[in-house]
Write a protein that binds this ligand. Structure first.
Ligand code: P6P
Length: 334
């Protein structure tokens, strides 16, 4: 008897044993996972599938879309719209929310996603991924609108990502720690390969785009300067740097071996709080990091406590090993 635990069995146990998730949420997560398997197949085809390169269109963020951005978005919409679990969806690639069509039953959940994060890496064969977040539809029998999505990240009921790298790995939390599932392509199923993921509280590795250094705020510059001074400086140890330019890949490394990830506010766009998106990048990643014992802040407050004002709101992100996050901003974690 194989001792492999499938995603389905893990979720059934979360539902039955821990009473952590209702069946509708379990089924929703399984649909998202199946959609990620389809995205993985498309990503893995690369040039052979004619899916590389630009789609010659811009998304709501004003960013040039890759063909795979659009493909991944369509896969996630089509996989999730008919199941009866959702009232609506929101995507980095769509300006407004996507209300489940009346021909399908509506459910009590809201699904938000960045269908393909890190798409600047697609054409150079570097890891990319899908990030997702699940909220509950607020009570009331009225129709769903964008305001229903504007909930702080602490109200998420599920969050995760699927990283399309040397392995395709689904990383998930439903509030009972973080579990990792590796896609077994022979079986076509996600298999539990790690649970109770813990981020070391200290690290010697930071992730930031150093080319933006002249634009940062003083606390971030001070923190990085101290790291660069190494063991001769106030930190008393040498640091290493990694920057993959795929948040999914950088966060996966931090969940796996610790570290700090920073995309801080910078003065290039002073009226924007940051580059990354709160609802479907920072919130799901912050919950995962906190569930694994790390911390996540925008430099002034816990990311999960931020009250969103608009769907595509941006945010400054400093997350990872708790003691490092605290050192940057004096932040004391959740
Ligand atoms: P830069 C990818 O476009 C993304 O949203 C994150 O995944 C990544 O961490 C960041 O932007 C990379 O930004 O400015 O270094 O290209």
């Amino acid at each position: 008897m194989s001792n492999k635990i499938s995603l389905t069995r893990y979720l059934v146990e979360q539902q039955r044993v821990h009473g952590h998730i209702p069946s509708q949420l379990r089924l929703l997560i399984e649909v998202v996972a199946r959609a990620c398997k389809s995205v993985s197949q498309a990503v893995n085809k690369g040039a052979l599938g004619g899916v590389l390169g630009s789609a010659e269109t811009e998304n709501v963020q004003g960013e040039m879309q890759k063909k795979l951005d659009i493909i991944a978005n369509e896969v996630l919409i089509e996989a999730n719209e008919w199941g009866g679990h959702l009232a609506a969806m929101a995507s980095e690639e769509m300006e407004g929310i996507y209300v489940v069509p009346n021909r399908y039953p509506k459910g009590e959940y809201l699904l938000l996603f960045d269908p393909l994060d890190g798409s600047s890496n697609i054409d150079v064969n570097v890891s990319i991924g899908t990030i997702f977040s699940v909220l509950k539809m607020p009570e009331g029998d009225r129709g769903v609108d964008e305001g229903d999505f504007l909930q702080p990240g602490r109200q998420q009921v599920a969050a995760g990502y699927c990283v399309y790298g040397p392995q395709t790995t689904l990383v998930l939390t439903v509030g009972d720690g973080v579990a990792m599932f590796t896609l077994d392509r022979e079986q076509g199923s996600f298999v539990l390969t790690q649970e109770n993921v813990r981020i070391p509280e200290d690290t010697k590795e930071f992730a930031i785009n150093m080319s933006n250094m002249r634009h940062w705020d003083a606390p971030v510059r001070r923190y990085i300067d101290e790291c660069l001074q190494g063991k001769d400086g106030p930190r008393g140890k040498d640091f290493n740097m990694r920057w993959i330019a795929s948040m999914v890949a950088d966060v996966h490394r931090i969940l796996t071996r610790g570290g700090i990830f920073m995309y801080p506010w910078d003065k290039r766009e002073p009226d924007k709080p940051g580059k990354l998106r709160l609802m479907y990048e920072a919130n799901p990643m912050s919950w995962l990091v906190e569930q694994a014992g790390g911390a996540a802040t925008n430099g002034r407050q816990r990311i999960l406590d931020i009250q969103p004002r608009k769907l595509h709101e941006r945010v400054s992100v400093i997350l990872g090993s708790k003691n490092e996050v605290e050192r940057v901003t004096g932040y004391h974690g959740a």
